[in-house]
Design a protein. Structure first.
Length: 233
């Protein structure tokens, strides 16, 4: 089921305000957001050409929800013909096209709340398909994707996440494994030192000389060009 609107402050805000009346896997879509929400309290900039929606997933805690949803967006866009798409830890989707540096074209934000029917996860997704904006769009990269097709393909990925086992997401990273989250190496720079990546989830676990720490994505972000974890500004 999908609730469709011309304009909302935010699809996430709408879902959170109406959470008790929303069913499992019910989505809210709008053409225009006047107060889009990004990670760490930032705003989400969009245009009428953007795909803007949130989905309510009811059930137990979904491990790694932001990263898994970003991976689902990537997979859906690739099925629709987009090339050069990658995921950047913890919740962004980037594209590299036309010889230009990789730029963000989609993002994910997840809120988990308690309701009368138990836990509910509101998964908000924004994809810059087309339109006039300061951020890169798929159309700018020569990729035209129908908004409704993109919505349906991404919803398939969210359903898949909801159906999968909740406890098998965060796995130990093996040497030579293709990295999740857009990491370019088994090692990463953090506080001017080289650390080994142990676990890639919504939170990142790294280890150095027997010391293991967890990196909070609310405080840090990953810079792919320098392969480093830095404080957000």
């Amino acid at each position: 089921m999908i609730r469709r609107f011309r304009e909302l402050k935010s699809t996430q805000t709408y879902c959170l305000e109406h959470i008790d009346s929303m069913k499992d896997m019910e989505a809210v879509v709008c053409e225009v957001q006047t107060g889009g929400i990004g990670r760490s309290g930032r705003s989400w900039v969009s245009s009428e050409g953007s795909l803007l929606f949130s989905v309510v997933v009811r059930g137990p805690q979904i491990e790694d929800a932001s990263l898994r949803a970003a991976e689902g967006v990537k997979d859906a866009l690739e099925r629709l013909g987009a090339e050069g798409v990658s995921v950047k830890w913890p919740n962004d989707v980037y594209i590299e096209a036309g010889g230009k540096p990789s730029r963000k074209i989609a993002g994910v934000l997840v809120h988990t709340v308690d309701t009368r029917e138990g836990p509910a996860h509101v998964i908000g997704i924004g994809v810059n398909l087309s339109g006039e904006m300061s951020y890169r769009t798929l159309e700018e990269c020569g990729i035209r994707i129908d908004k409704e097709e993109a919505l349906q393909e991404i919803l398939k990925e969210v359903r898949k996440i909801a159906e999968e086992s909740r406890g098998e997401v965060c796995s130990e990273k093996k040497t030579g494994e293709v990295s999740r989250g857009g990491f370019v190496s088994q090692e990463v720079y953090f506080e001017d030192r080289v650390w080994n990546i142990v676990r890639i989830c919504d939170r990142l676990e790294i280890e150095r000389n027997g010391k293991r720490i967890t990196v909070d994505p609310e405080m840090y972000s990953y810079l792919r060009d320098s392969n480093s974890i830095v404080l957000k500004r």
